[in-house]
Design a binder for this molecule. Sequence first.
Ligand SMILES: Nc1ncnc2c1ncn2[C@@H]1O[C@H](COP(=O)(O)OP(=O)(O)OP(=O)(O)O)[C@@H](O)[C@H]1O
Ligand SMILES: [Mg+2]
Length: 341
Amino acid sequence: MVTDRPLLEINDLWVTYWGRSLLGLSGRPFHAVKGANLSIRPGETLGLVGESGSGKSSIANTVLGLVPAAGGSMRFGDEDLAGMGTRYPSNVRKQIQAVFQDPYSSLNPSMTVEEIVTEPLRVHTTMGRSERRQRAVELLELVSLSREHLERHPHQFSGGQRQRIAIASALALQPRLIVLDEPVSALDVSTQNQIINLLYERRDALGIAYLLIAHDLALVHHISDRIAVMYLGHIVEEGPSDRVYRRPAHPYTKALLDAVPLLDPQAQRARRAARKAAPAIDAPRVSTTGCPYQNRCPHVMPRCQTEMPPAYAVDGGGTASCFLHADRPAVLPASGTGKAA
Ligand SMILES: Nc1ncnc2c1ncn2[C@@H]1O[C@H](COP(=O)(O)OP(=O)(O)OP(=O)(O)O)[C@@H](O)[C@H]1O
Ligand SMILES: [Mg+2]
C-alpha cells in the first residue's frame, strides 16, 4: 500500500569519486551525482533510467551504504542515511536489500541455494537452523522455485533462475526497500518479462518499495509508479510513470524513448524519416555552465548555455529541468548549483 509519507527521501545528493595519481595521492574529484532529489513512498516503485555513466548505480550504491554521500541528505523513515556513511547499523541494513545485474557473479558459487537464501537470516536474526530451512522453502516458493532446489549450487541454474534465487535472498528479511540495479539486463527478453512479473507480484503481495534501475524506459514503465530520468549526474525529469512515458517533458527523455524500437513498422519508418531530417547533434560533452544536455539538445536556447534550469512543474505531474517549461512554476532550484563536498 502506498502512503504519503516518504520511505526514502533524497535531497541535493552528491556522489564524488576521487581519482588516484601515479604517486597514490588523491587526484581530482569526479562528481558522478550532482544534487539529485528523489523520494520513494512505502510500497512505491521508482524507476530510475538514463544512459550508461549517468550516475544510476552511484545513487543505488549510496542508498545501500556501499558508497558514502559527498553532500546532501538521505532519510530512510526516521534514519539519517547520509550521516551513517558506509556503516549502516543492522536494523537499517535489514530493511534495505539489493538485487544486482549479473546473476552469474552475484551468487557465491560454493554455497548451496539454502545457504544463499538463508544467509541474511543467519547474519541478522537469531533463527535456528531448522527454522531457517523452513523459511528457505517458503522463500523459494515465493519466487516459483521449490524444496528440491535447496541443496543445489548456482551453476546448476539458468540466469533467470539465479535471479529468482537472488530475489528470494533479498526478500528473506522482509525489507521495506529493495534496490534493483539492472536486475534483468543480463537476461533474454522472455526471461526479463517473467522476472519483472515476479517482482510486480511480490511487491503487491508484500508491500515492498523498489528503486528499479534500468536503461530501458519501456520496461520500467510497466512496473513503476514514478520514473526519474538521469543525465550526466542530474535528475532531468521526474513524474508519474504514465505521464513520463506518454508525454515526456524533457528533450533527453524524448530521445531515450525514441531509442526504443516501435512495434508498428509504419510508425518506425516515420520516426526514421524524422530523424534523418533533424540536424546532427553532438556527442555528449560535459558543459561547465548551463544545462548538461545543451550540446545534444535540438531545442537549445542561448540561456541554456549560461544558466542551469531549475525543476519546473509539468502538466500531469512531476518536474522537468528544462527552460522549455519556464512558463510553469519552478518547484526545485537548479541541481548541481549547491555545494559539492
Ligand atoms: N568507483 C569509481 N571510481 C571512479 N569513478 C567511478 C566509480 N564508479 C563510477 N564512476 C564513474 O561515475 C560515473 C557514473 O557511474 P555509474 O556507475 O553510477 O553510472 P550508471 O548510470 O550506473 O551506468 P551503467 O548504466 O553503465 O551502469 C561514470 O562516469 C563512472 O565512470
Ligand atoms: Mg550502473
